[in-house]
Design a protein around this ligand. Structure first.
Ligand code: PMV
Length: 323
């Protein structure tokens, strides 16, 4: 099945847009068990199941209206028609809405774009929501997630609140994960907000094809997913954090030790932050970290530790109580 047929299996008839303009918001999400590698890049299906938590306030606001020409604005700046971003966004709109309707899209990210902070997740989730609102489709969350995922796999998770799991089999349903974790903060230590050299899409295809650790990664995820759900069910923050941190480190190990230079996302600065987290933990502070397709380090901790974490990491930005 190709993408267009997949979309048509969800929305048979788009009809014409029903509104002049819509405004929607989708938050970012952070994976505690990472997805890395696609088994089907046409339908954007991941090789491994993954688990994430969605933020409340950080994300992407999108204002969208039908127009005579496609136009994209990001954080108040016009994005050139010949750029990759423009192409990717309108490929998505055309795939879902067809060739005939053009759109004026204004998006505002409350996070640096392409810094490994999953802004593509909140962007594509907001685009799926915008299309749903514009055409008054009333799609279910599961359907919205399947559409959002065609823009960026992790975008499917941003449609849901709280902890969710994306399955690896079939069409990768996303479902809430039961948890007794009652309090979770995520803060981001910004190491760099520059665009990364290798987009996750390209780097994960390279890892699947070339990394001798990829088979091991798939086994590791199975183990970690089981274990983290047990920890969450038991309300055990320390256990949950330690599985999340080791899972992220394993993902980066599978990417970093590749022959070709410059594939690794973690820099010396990232490693220094990770070491600092680990040594604070050794000194009794319950804090963990996780890293995505970029150099920034996300800190996981609970309310009681907020003050101490702020003192230890004054550079921490985008801090929010997610649960
Ligand atoms: O959704 P993508 O294709 O941008 O990939 C995201 C991959 C990670 O952020 C590294 C892991 C994850 O599960 O979010």
């Amino acid at each position: 099945m190709n993408r267009k047929d997949f979309v048509r299996s969800i929305v048979q008839e788009m009809g014409a847009p029903k509104c002049e303009s819509v405004e929607v918001f989708a938050p970012i999400n952070i994976a505690l068990i990472k997805y890395w590698g696609k088994r089907d890049s046409e339908l954007m299906l991941p090789f491994n199941a993954n688990l994430s938590v969605t933020f409340h306030t950080f994300g992407t606001k999108t204002i969208c209206s039908p127009a005579t020409d496609n136009q994209l604005w990001l954080n108040g700046e016009r994005i050139p028609d010949e750029s990759d971003t423009f192409r990717r966004v309108f490929q998505f709109f055309t795939m879902v809405c067809g060739e005939d309707t053009k759109f004026l899209i204004k998006t505002i990210n409350t996070i640096p774009t392409a810094a490994g902070l999953a802004s593509s997740a909140s962007s594509f989730a907001s685009f799926a929501l915008a299309i749903d609102a514009l055409y008054q489709l009333n799609l279910s969350k599961q359907q919205l997630a399947k559409i959002a995922r065609l823009g960026s796999v992790s975008a499917g998770r941003s449609i849901f609140e709280g902890f969710v799991q994306m399955d690896a089999d079939g069409f990768c349903e996303i479902n809430p994960v039961s948890s007794n974790i009652k309090d979770l903060y995520i803060g981001v230590v910004l190491v760099s907000s520059k665009e990364k050299a290798h987009k996750s899409r390209e780097n994960m295809a390279y890892t699947v094809e070339r990394s001798v650790f990829y088979e091991a990664w798939l086994q590791i995820v199975k183990r970690d997913l089981k274990e983290i759900k047990k920890a969450m069910d038991a309300g055990d923050f320390f256990h949950m954090g330690s599985v999340a941190e080791r899972n992220a480190l394993c993902m980066h190990a599978s990417i970093s030790m590749l022959q070709e230079e410059g594939r690794a996302y973690l820099t010396q600065e990232s490693l220094a932050v990770i070491r600092k987290v680990q040594s604070a933990r050794k000194d009794g502070l319950p804090i963990f970290c996780t890293m995505d397709a970029g150099p920034n380090v996300k800190l996981l901790f609970q309310s009681e530790q907020l003050k101490k974490v702020q003192v230890l990491f004054p550079e921490m930005a985008l801090c929010e109580r997610v649960i």
